[in-house]
Design a protein. Structure first.
Length: 455
């Protein structure tokens, strides 16, 4: 009888990708996914360590799972991801009912870990940064990818922003070879994917071996992927401003399959804060980068991340962030209160900003970002956009898709259109989505995907 696997994923899209690959690794052992931990033979919590209280949240979840495990004899309980990497042994000490703890780079060894746990050899810890790449050991994806799929191409980070744990939990920058990525992309497309989002902590720092052993950049990789027939859209995330090279900027004006959306975190609009964050650029360099990008692709939708209340952030620094937001016209953005992460340089910096000031700044910033997003969405009203349909909506005959600019769009359309591009006239904007009416199909042949023609 098939065994049941429950995976709970926290945090970023890389974790979503990793969770799917963990399921692939465990499929040959007979594990099939369930959405109920009580019914599971194995439970994996794939954790995120990027912001505060990650460990506290994990231990309370583990507390909730203790009776579930006791009830379901023989259940294997595993903690994966970045909290596992950071806390290691500590997890067994505080939650002795946990069987496995493994980091983001070792889950290809899950079959062996599961075998050891099943033989009741005691707790299994695997938080190495192994010399072999997990990607060389992962099986082909077993599950259907969906219309929009993730593909991890790069991992780790060498930037060492002073607030961030990623370089410690995910390790050094590593890029997969072009050929392996193209092969995985072909497999995804053959199984129904029409859009692929390339993932990496520092995706535009991608520098992988190309077909002739030469170093290929992200632009080279995207060009190789764009040649795949049936693949309609390519996106990538998350990028660092320092790694937006001229080739990639130009490609945004040249490659029709590369969608006009870029998530480019700036974190702050103040030069002195950016310097203490070790971001390696100032606010004007960001402005210039965006100006160049818009010269190549005038309609590009820009997204960002912000941190408020970084140590020493003055009112003036914060005003500089607001000024940058006013100027840039962000289509969307994520913003966070700074939270000190143990082991990072910023956690030791003086002049912590009081919680109340952080909260007030976050509120002001989010209000401004909300206005910016609404203004961006309002520009879509009355326009006809190509929408790629991904899934059925909540209402009858309703489909949900995405515009080229990453907006969710609700439309009344036949279910058979899932996986296709439709021309949609945008009629209304809601809080987190747009609503439109079906004008007609665009078709899925590559020649029909020059979407700017309709945008
Ligand atoms: N405190 C607050 N926000 C953080 N981020 C990363 N580390 C921290 C931290 N210590 C935010 C950054 C990053 C996003 C993924 O999370 O904005 O771009
Ligand atoms: Fe963290 Fe900075 Fe690396 Fe992004 S670039 S993962 S914020 S250290």
């Amino acid at each position: 009888m098939a065994k049941k696997l429950f995976i709970k994923t926290y945090g970023c899209q890389m974790n979503v990708y990793d969770s799917a690959r963990m399921a692939d690794v465990l499929a040959p052992l007979g594990y099939r996914l369930t959405d109920r931990p009580e019914a599971a033979d194995m439970v994996i919590l794939n954790t995120c360590h990027i912001r505060e209280k990650a460990s506290e949240k994990l231990f309370s979840e583990l507390g909730r799972l203790r009776p579930v495990k006791a009830e379901r004899g023989g259940q294997i309980l595993a903690v994966a991801g970045c909290v596992a990497q950071a806390e290691g042994e500590e997890i067994f000490r505080r939650a002795p009912h946990v069987d496995l703890v493994f980091g983001p780079q070792t889950y290809h060894r899950l079959p062996e870990m599961v075998a050891r746990a099943t033989r009741a050899e005691g707790a299994v810890l695997d938080t190495d940064f192994p010399v072999e790449s997990k990607f060389d050991h992962l099986p082909e994806a077993a599950s259907a990818p969906g219309v929009s799929a993730f593909l991890s191409i790069q991992e780790g980070c060498d930037k060492f922003c002073t607030f961030c744990v990623v370089p410690y939990t995910r390790g050094a920058e590593f890029s997969r070879p072009v050929a392996a990525i193209v092969e995985e992309a072909r497999h995804l497309v053959a199984n129904g994917a029409r859009e692929i989002t390339l993932l990496g902590q520092n995706v535009n720092a991608y520098r992988g071996p190309g077909p002739k052993g030469e170093a290929a950049g992200l632009a080279d990789l995207i060009r190789a992927l764009a040649a795949i027939e049936g693949l309609l859209r390519i996106r990538y995330t998350t990028s660092h401003p320092r790694d937006m090279d001229a080739d990639l900027l130009r490609l945004h004006g040249e490659e029709a399959k590369l969608m006009p959306f870029l998530h480019l975190p700036v974190q702050s609009g103040s030069d002195s804060v950016l310097e203490r964050m070790n971001r390696g650029h100032g606010a004007d360099a960001y402005r210039e980068l965006v100006a160049t990008l818009r010269r190549h692709r005038p309609d590009i939708a820009l997204s960002s991340d912000f941190i408020v209340g970084f140590p020493g952030e003055t009112d003036e620094d914060f005003e500089a962030t607001l000024a940058l937001v006013e100027e840039m016209g962000f289509a969307q953005a994520f913003s966070f209160k700074y939270s000190p992460r143990p082991g990072t340089p910023a956690a030791l910096m003086p002049d912590a900003v009081p919680e109340a000031v952080k909260a007030e700044r976050l509120h002001r910033l989010q209000t401004l970002l909300g206005q910016s997003q609404r203004a961006w969405n309002a520009k879509m009203l009355g326009r006809t956009l190509p929408v790629l349909f991904e899934q059925a909506g909540r209402h009858r005959n309703q489909l949900i898709g995405r515009s080229p600019y990453w907006q969710a769009v609700h439309v009344e359309a036949p279910e058979a259109a899932i996986g296709d591009l439709g021309q949609i006239r945008i009629l209304a904007q809601h809080r987190n989505s747009l609503a439109g009416e079906w004008i007609g199909p665009i078709g899925t042949s590559p020649s029909a995907t020059s979407e700017r023609a309709c945008a």
